[in-house]
Design a protein around this ligand. Sequence first.
Ligand SMILES: [Zn+2]
Length: 804
Amino acid sequence: MEVDLDLDQGQEHFTSRTRITFSCTDPGASTFVDVKPVELRSLVLNGAPVDVSGLEDGRLQLDGLAADNVLEAEAVMAYSRDGQGLHRAVDPADGEHYVYGHLFLDAGPRVFVCFDQPDLKAPYAVSVTAPEAWTVLGNGAATKVAPGRWELAETKPLATYFVTVCAGPYASVRSEHDGIPLGIHARASLKEALEREAPQMLEVTRASFDYYHRLFGIRYPFGEYHQVFVPEFNAGAMENPGCVTFRDVYVFRGQATRDEVLTRSNTIAHEMAHMWFGDLVTMRWWDDLWLNESFAEYMSHRTVAAATEFGTEAWVDSTMARKAWGYAAERSPSTHPVAGSEALDAMSALQDFDGISYAKGAATLRQLIAHIGDDAFIAGVSAYLREHSYGNGTLADFMGFMEKASGTDLADWTRAWLMTAGVDVLAVDKATGTVERTVPEAFPADRPHTLDVAGFSGGAEVFRVPVTTAGGSTVVPELAAAPAADLVVPNAGDLTWATVALDDATIAAVPEQLGTVPDPQARAVLWVSLLDGVCLGRVDPRTMVRTVASAWPQEDNSSILNRTAASLLGRVIPTFLPSEEQDAAEQVVARAAAAVLADAVPGSTRALVAARTVARTSTDEALLRAWAAGEDRPQGLEDDSDFGWIVVRNLASHGLAGRDLIEATRERDDTLQGRLSALMAGASMPGAEAKEWAWAELTTNRSRSNYELNALAQGFWVSGGPEVLRPYAARYFADVPAMSGWVGDDALARVATLAYPARVVDEDTAARSRAALQRDDLTAAVRRSVVDGQSELEEALRSRAAFG
Ligand SMILES: [Zn+2]
């Protein structure tokens, strides 16, 4: 593949020239190419022009193929604003423009003519014309051959969806490790932050390279390794070989908590795992995307735990941030098996980029390792990567290597863990030493679990017993013989994938004792099982509020602090509790945060999480006004714009700040992030007029970027009385699906989830959701958002019915 892009054609369009040489095993046959241009200027097959008027739905038929073919095309393409294709953003801080390619899934044809499917790999030779002041980066090493003209080294064979070009006046930090040239890049206005943050990122990159080289026994194959932090990026990051793109909020411009740095490290290690698993060997088709994501998800946590300063905190973070997400996916009717879900087209596969493919898939691989041993697992992975290098693989290929390496028949295991949806419930009867496994009725399967059960009393661990379940009930004599404990925690080390049903005595003891448990991993399992219990209607949501009051002041793990605050303030309090109890419950969180802030080391991560939580929840108007003005802020946050925005949003949502304060704050912080924060604060003002403005901006302003839509949707529902909000619960089901006319599905999936009327918890919203799902005009992404939103809404309704 030869691709030549001209990015110096103004702000709307670019030109794209492609030359594809390909063979055909059946000369005379027909095929089609994929292209979604503004204008397809010419297409020439083997020297003969092709009539381009037949282009329909991004496909153009090619007839009369020869054994060896050359296809040449020239097209005018449009830059995108939704993060798909070649996205173009303007940085308000300095007016500079930035372009990045995100060809993931099906956006390749928005950039060049191609045969867009993951098993048609080719080496790419890319050249780019760009404004003279720009830097150009891509999969192959970039060389400036003339002012404004760049050539990228020809790549190893790549799938179309891995090709990227990043161009703009990017600031760069360059380095090298073990013969691999390294680069870290971000917008010029982030230069200072980039230079401050780069050493930590490079350290993780180096450690991960060493770890993967040792583990797989295969050198990193794609030449240079660039990590580009790009504006308005939909996902966390994308594993383009040699040129990974990340969302640029990862270049922290203000203070960051330890778990935020951990999350970034984890993302770096995740994308690096993909260089081998995903890029060197790619799934044959999207129905095996779990092969990519489950593996990278597992491998990144393992790498961060084994090779960085974070150690086992990586697994605690996985429990709080990732597995909680996966269990939520498992509770929704949209749940699916880890592997083997049909993906009729690429867009339906997009729906599988969820908590099942990532979090459950990774947990499943940990169970596989417990089942066959780590040596066999790594030997199998290494052999699979070697055998399929620069090609593709399937579930059957992968499990074949696992069986060979372990000498174990894994057919039953694969069927139960990978091919069947659903999560088992594990409960422990300590008195009899029984571990009871309850199988979901809808998805019966005989999943063996390897786990441990631990007991805690009065701040000490009193027992820990390893268990491997067989069948429904497993009697473990060591468990019955172990000393009594106030808290009995099944799956305390979080090795397996299961809903942990705590016994009644443990639930009763949790609010007072969770904070005293010395093992952060067990505390995380307790928190996630409480949340699960609340969502399943087994645990009163007030138990979680009481637990925060007592456990937070003792907590020192920032993943636990951050994630419990997010789930309580974002979901449990505003949806599970009746409206008349919500303010008081929020003040319980506010007081717990104030207690932590008072006692934490100034400037520490604990103090930072607490300060942000106080800023978000406090009703002390004088304090908030002072902080908004930059006065008397906690240490380290004096100039932290993002902290200031949390305060302004709180004031705005309580009707204590109007457009004036928001606008004045934005003038002091006229950056991409500042403008987004201003939009979110504006949308979170409670009045009818503010809501009307925000809704119109969200659903009808076609010039809004993906990030601006997210900010509007995030702010919208956090305030406003029922009479103001209720009409929008109805409008959601007409206005948001209609946005698919101009917003791509990848971006719209997030918008539709954020804009779902989750806080209008009543039968009407549920009925409207059900009615919407009967329609046939919802795109796959919007449908999925409605299914999941409705499922969460019904969890809240069930809980309210049970506990009042
Ligand atoms: Zn990934």
